[in-house]
Design a protein around this ligand. Sequence first.
Ligand code: GTP
Ligand code: MG
Length: 415
Amino acid sequence: MEKAVLVGVQKKNSQDNLQSSLEELQALVKTAGGITKKIFTQKLQKIHPGTFIGKGKMEEIKEYLQKEDIDIIVLDANLSPSQQTQLEVFFEKPILDRTAIILHIFAKHARTKEGALQVEFAQLEYRLPRLVGSKKYLSRLGGGIGTQGPGETQLEIDRRRIRQKMDSIKAELENVKRHREIYRSKRKGVPLPVVSLVGYTNAGKSTLLNCLCGKTVVKAQDKLFETLDPTTRKIKLKNNQAVLITDTVGFIEKLPHQLVEAFRATFEEVSESDLLIHVIDGSHPQFFKQAETVLKVLEELSLSHKPILHVYNKLDLYEDDKVRFLKHPKLFPSLILSAEKNINIEQLLEKLEEFLSSFVEEIEVELPLDEQAQKLRALISENGKILLEKVEHNTLKIKASVNKKIAHYLRNKVQ
Ligand SMILES: Nc1nc2c(ncn2[C@@H]2O[C@H](COP(=O)(O)OP(=O)(O)OP(=O)(O)O)[C@@H](O)[C@H]2O)c(=O)[nH]1
Ligand SMILES: [Mg+2]
């Protein structure tokens, strides 16, 4: 386990809560496989452009490093490549920022090929402008002399290699994407309403999906960014309406822009959903801020126009929801529940039914009595409600209520 020192800065006049941001960073470091040995904080009028933190604090940390056995220094910020270099040169230790930690966790958790490629691309993109930094740091360790040959320098070779690698990943991603589109259009064969679970990391999205499915389909853990790749499952509402539910990657404060880019593709799927369920960990002291972060990222991903149902999860952990919601108005429309303890899940299902009822319509179809009629009848009864059916002159007449997508599909099939 790598031993880490964390450093956080409170800017004057900033509303940011340094304490909770550092707690989150500590959880990120833990998820990445490190252990926090000490936390340094500093109040600053203005961020130092060169080194981010001030000189005095740097000396104080260096003094601590001389006495203790520490492997890495983690800053609660996203540093510029040159800030990172200057700090590395000063401390002679690897300097990591939020982006580096999150990228590391993402790399550890990516399970599908697409997820792994997206993360690798983001990592290379992050590393590219930082190559100089690591070289300078290395030259201090004695590798400097003789590395500068004629023609191309090692640095140029390294950069070119990284760019080539990024190009090949991009090409591969295109390929994977094409496959996914084919798969998606196949799935669309039976068009169903799609509901996506979105929310802050660790809010309980995967737990809610498992709860709705009545079994474990995705791993839920008290770790940040446990889920990276979207998982979709079919569930049935009480009115027999089938719905697809998709679990997605969690959001976080200061989400590295490389990753927003990387996951844009993943969220293409979310952009096709009819409804978003925004899962909020209502027991978290910063729940409102987390919710705001999620809404902000949704906006960045051009998803904020979607109908959205806010779900305050972990009800079992609230001490008093009246006090809790007094300070911040509840987002609307909303529900309070516990995915883990199975509280108010019925209400959620009813709400979903209500939400999706505008998607339902009544149709009447006449099917010639053949094999296809059997298939279509099965499709209707699987996904909707048959209100009336009779056989007349070798045709099967069905009156049913089904979702609009299926109604559209049937109309095309029957004509
Ligand atoms: N007490 C309590 N714990 C819950 C509840 N729902 C989820 N949890 C716990 O919260 C932690 C995170 O749950 P996940 O379902 O993995 O959260 P997630 O939103 O999928 O997280 P990421 O995939 O990391 O974005 C797990 O330890 C769950 O057991 C709940 O209703 N009550
Ligand atoms: Mg999850």
